[in-house]
Design a protein around this ligand. Structure first.
Ligand SMILES: *Cc1c(COP(=O)(O)O)cnc(C)c1O
Length: 379
């Protein structure tokens, strides 16, 4: 591959931090996890954060925190990664979907109210590609209807909109540190909340429901633990936190580089009638996690992605519409045509290389090759 789809930006200082943990006796959840949690909370302007194994776990834990489960409905959008829906289903609740705004691919607040029923307990806005949803509008409606707001901020540690960041206008925000995300430990996630008691309960729910973590037992006098409610096993390890903690200092600089690359792509494709891309509202600063082109004619998409990969430009599809996967059609009765804007984006979307290490020459080459393939009609 001439230009890989993704390369991480981990360096010596991250490796050194991991080595310190490996040379210490404590590999699992311990002090460096708590240090990372404090710094993530500070970075995003939230009171608390709890490190976990993935964003999928984070969303399920946040739902469990609010006692959401069988018989309940949770609203999210039809243009997201299937993890958002899976996390809802894992709790026993039912995923109810709402269509997205065609310009942004994010939850359309105007359509939200019509999906609310007496069973609705929560809404999960998804900050697609790093663009925060219109949280002010969503919050106003959700609070009026007594819904919990849990953000899927898998793409958006560093995004800002009208001065607010992920979690600031929600009850909880869930982050992903999966291999290709802007902040990564290969696998990992976190939940930001505003209340110490909620953070404590999340930590308990993430570790079997045990009343005292191994770390606390290690620190203090021996004390036998109890289990008051059933938890999951999703706690973050010191090794993951060591890999993450120094990246926070570099995220701002990396975001600027991602922004420059995305703006180059936007200029490079602005005149092509065959494609469009997410419009960033003027009051928002996207985390710029993904840059996707949305083909008007989605029937060409898979062939185009194959050709780009064959030419040496790493591309992928984020994502097929989750409600049209076999499982969701079969178990929840979704069908093509249910959410036209989400389906239109999902049919035509493909993501271009985007990471801080990408050079200007590589960006220019990607633009040239993608334009040629689209314009030649070869796809
Ligand atoms: C990556 C991703 C997730 C899941 O993150 P994991 O940490 O892999 O569980 C959830 N939602 C969206 C939108 C994602 O892109």
């Amino acid at each position: 591959m001439k230009i890989p789809f993704y390369l991480h930006s981990l360096g010596k200082e991250d490796v050194d931090e991991v080595m310190k943990v490996i040379q210490s006796p404590f590999l699992s959840t311990g002090q460096i996890v708590h240090d990372f949690e404090a710094r993530l909370a500070q970075f995003t302007g939230n009171e608390h954060a709890v490190g976990v194994m993935s964003c999928t776990h984070a969303i399920e834990l946040a739902l469990r925190l609010y006692n959401i489960g069988p018989g309940d409905e949770v609203i999210t959008t039809a243009y997201t990664f299937v993890a958002t829906l899976n996390a809802i289903v894992h709790t026993g609740a039912r995923p109810v979907l709402v269509d997205v705004q065609p310009e942004t691919g994010t939850l359309d607040p105007a359509q939200l109210e019509s999906r609310i029923t007496p069973r609705t307990r929560a809404v999960i806005p998804v900050h697609i590609y790093g663009l925060l949803c219109d949280m002010a509008a969503i919050r106003q409606l959700a609070l009026r209807r007594e819904l919990k707001i849990i953000e899927d901020a898998a793409h958006c540690v560093e995004g800002i909109r009208e001065g607010y960041r992920p979690g600031n206008l929600a009850h909880a925000a869930c982050f992903s540190f999966y291999a290709t995300k802007n902040l990564t430990s290969g696998e990992g996630g976190a939940i930001a909340v505003h209340d110490q008691a909620e953070a404590d309960r999340l930590a308990t729910l993430a570790l079997h429901g045990m009343s005292k973590s191994a770390y606390k037992r290690f620190q203090g006098e021996f004390q036998l633990w109890d289990v008051e409610e059933l938890g999951m096993k999703a706690n973050m390890s010191n090794i993951q936190a060591a890999l993450l903690i120094n990246q926070l200092d570099r995220l701002g600089v990396y975001r600027q580089r991602r922004e420059a690359i995305c703006q180059a792509y936007e200029r490079g494709f602005a005149d092509l009638p065959e494609v469009r891309f997410q419009i960033i509202p003027p009051n928002a600063q996207s985390a710029r996690h993904l840059f996707a082109l949305w083909l008007q004619d989605g029937t060409r998409r898979n062939r185009l992605v194959q050709q780009l990969n064959a030419t040496g430009v790493g591309c992928t599809v984020n994502w097929p519409a989750p409600h049209l996967t076999s499982y969701y059609q079969k178990h929840f009765g979704f069908k093509p045509g249910d959410f036209p804007h989400a389906e239109q984006i999902a049919r035509g979307t493909f993501s271009l290389p985007l990471y801080p290490g990408l050079t200007d020459d590589q960006v220019a080459l990607v633009i040239q090759i993608v334009r040629e393939l689209i314009r030649s009609g070869a796809a």
